[in-house]
Design a protein around this ligand. Sequence first.
Ligand code: PMT
Length: 212
Amino acid sequence: MLFLVTAGPTREPIDPVRYLSNRSSGKMGYAIAAAALARGHGVVLVTGPVAIPPPPGARVVSVETAREMHAAVAAEIAAADVAVFCAAVSDYRPAEAAAGKIKKDGAELVLRLVENPDILGDTRSVFGYGGVLVGFAAETGSMERHALDKLRRKGCDLIVANDVSRSDIAFDQDDNEVLVLDRAGGRAWLPRAPKAEIARALVARIETVAPG
Ligand code: PMT
């Protein structure tokens, strides 16, 4: 099967040298790409800027902004059998990026933000129901309730929820601990483990859902 995996953060420019972003390291998404490759699948890795090397064998599409990631996913999704959205996409971007470096002038600086496209949310309608759509949910409270809401709203087959208020897992950590929910009401808890191990379990779970 061909896996499309999104990973890493997006960067939303404020001016030529500053941006809005988040602490995603890409480790979770890259581990999923590596686990899929190890199982003999093809992988297209659509990645925001990270400091780790991609797994050998993945076809890498590098992007910076949410809108670039949206366009890259739209271009690649038709060929994919499985799409895993692990990227931490900025929900907002500055309404406009200043052409020159913003100078300090002693006054308050107000940034106006506008919403970015919901890449995962826009995918179900173009992916069709043959493909397996896997979302992530980064939550800081009421994790299961919010993850279930995202599973339904975004038309996912599976959603992988993690508690991003914890400092020992998830963002920029080597370990994760996740709750996997599916459309049929199934739930599986994967206790804290290295991301490579969590990724192997997720790919195995996806293989049971995927047709053929
Ligand atoms: O990269 P690491 O340091 O290893 O950290 C891993 C992680 C914490 C980033 C990862 O495990 C994770 O939780 N990824 C999802 C982060 C996120 O943006 O979650 P969310 O609950 O805000 O978004 C829900 C889903 O919609 C996600 O699949 C996200 O990729 C997707 N999304 C969100 C916003 C948007 N504009 N477009 C999207 O596609």
